[in-house]
Design a protein around this ligand. Structure first.
Ligand code: EPS
Length: 407
């Protein structure tokens, strides 16, 4: 069982979204602004629809935090949906006269190819796909970002930073900058698409405008980079403790995500071993990697399901959103007749937001793995455990030096 757990609740057009995060140690300094800044980042990105103008996501802490510090008890958090006021009748939990056929106003029966609509209503035996789509909506990721924001604070306290940038959108690749920015998110967030390549950004924006005109949608790829991790989070000993698998699970759970790569990923399959594996050299003073360095980082920061201490690099691929304004062919589940899928208000693309959500999911998995190794009831205890481990890594390096001196 995970050391850290979180769950979310809430429908896209219900009153609010809720996240409950359990297992955070006491004494982590947290302010609402730490969460709000992440919620705002998730709402950004060229290509979003009108809903993002309606919402200004803000966190309300309901439990687990007092006087700016976590208490060690479950942290419950709430984000209200401003759009709720327009959906009160449609989303009302109370049974109503006139719903006898099971179909309320704004019911959805012309199910969208690629969406949870059809499979969800078959599985849950519903007649209105709104019963499915309200929860399948990516609005749910707001609550994940809130939970991830607290995990990010814990990681920041021990010197780990997480950033992301967009590397591909709708058939257009972004080039890597000649010099890597010192603050990845500051650089990425300055771009409307969270990409580090201004030329590609202009082409991508034109591509989004064209897709919007066509009533189409676009997917893309974001890369998450985590720096400052100590060697040895995760474990090789059992399948479910391998960090790669835990990261893959978390990333593939993000709506519309269809692929994940760590480091070189699929490209490793095309190359010979000598072109894949990262040679190791001594690097005295690099405590968090165990006083070594990899000459390259094709592995993307993990070996044997454990962090190496080099940057963790995860690429996450998102398919185009399944709500098309020029709809695809489907079946109306109310009549069984051929139909055009419903064209609800939606985004042309949400890939920049997906990068922020992927950061949050990475923060959760890494905070969990961190607490598994160094856990305690208080942040001070986590710090002590980490410091003792790092001291042992230093001691090993010193022992090696001493034995060389004797030889
Ligand atoms: C979504 C449809 C749109 C998106 C929404 C996800 O919402 P609406 O149906 O209200 O126009 O904007 O994303 C969010 C609300 C969000 O916060 O990211 C969908 O159907 O998945």
């Amino acid at each position: 069982m995970s050391t850290l757990r979180f769950t979310t609740a809430g429908e896209s057009h219900g009153p609010a979204l809720v996240a409950v995060l359990e297992g955070m140690p006491a004494g982590i300094p947290v302010r609402a602004a730490d969460v709000d800044v992440e919620l705002a980042r998730r709402q950004q990105g060229y290509g979003r629809g009108r809903r993002m103008q309606i919402e200004t996501d803000r966190i309300e802490f309901l439990s687990g935090i007092r006087a700016g510090e976590t208490l060690g008890s479950p942290v419950a958090m709430l984000v209200r949906n401003h759009d709720w006021k327009n959906w009160v009748e449609i989303m009302d939990p109370a049974p109503r006269d006139g719903d006898a056929d099971g179909l309320r106003k704004r019911h959805v029966t012309r199910v969208r190819p690629g969406h949870a609509d059809l499979t969800g209503l078959l599985k849950y035996d519903r007649s209105d796909a709104r019963d499915i789509l309200e929860r399948a909506s990516a609005r749910e990721t707001t609550a994940r970002v809130a939970a991830g924001a607290l995990c990010r604070v814990l990681l920041r306290e021990i010197g780990v930073s997480i950033g992301s940038h967009l590397v591909h959108l709708g058939g257009i690749d972004a080039r890597r900058p000649a010099t890597w920015p010192a603050d990845l998110n500051a650089a990425a967030d300055a771009s409307a698409l969270r990409t580090l390549d201004p030329d590609a950004e202009a082409t991508m924006i034109a591509r989004i405008d064209a897709a919007k005109k066509e009533g189409n949608t676009l997917g893309g790829i974001c890369e998450v980079v985590v720096s400052g991790l100590p060697v040895g989070l995760g474990s090789h000993v059992s399948w479910d403790r391998r960090l790669d698998g835990r990261l893959g699970h978390a990333m593939l759970s993000i709506p519309a995500v269809k692929g994940v790569e760590i480091g070189l990923g699929f490209e490793t399959a095309r190359r010979a071993g000598s072109e894949v594996h990262d040679e190791i050299e001594a690097a005295p003073g690099r405590t968090r990697t165990g006083h070594v360095r990899r000459r390259t980082n094709n592995a993307g920061g993990t070996e044997g399901g454990m962090t190496t201490g080099e940057d963790l690099v995860i690429r996450v691929a998102m398919k185009p959103i399944s709500t098309l304004m020029r709809p695809l062919g489907t079946v109306d589940v109310a009549t069984g007749q051929a139909a055009q899928a419903v064209a609800e208000r939606s985004d042309v693309t949400a890939v920049p937001a997906m990068g922020v959500i992927a950061e949050a999911m990475a923060a959760y998995v890494l905070a969990d793995a961190l607490l598994e190794k160094f856990g305690g009831d208080a942040l001070s205890e986590v710090r002590r455990n980490l410091a003792a481990y790092l001291a042992r890594l230093d001691e090993r390096a010193d022992e090696r030096l001493a034995s060389q001196g004797r030889a």
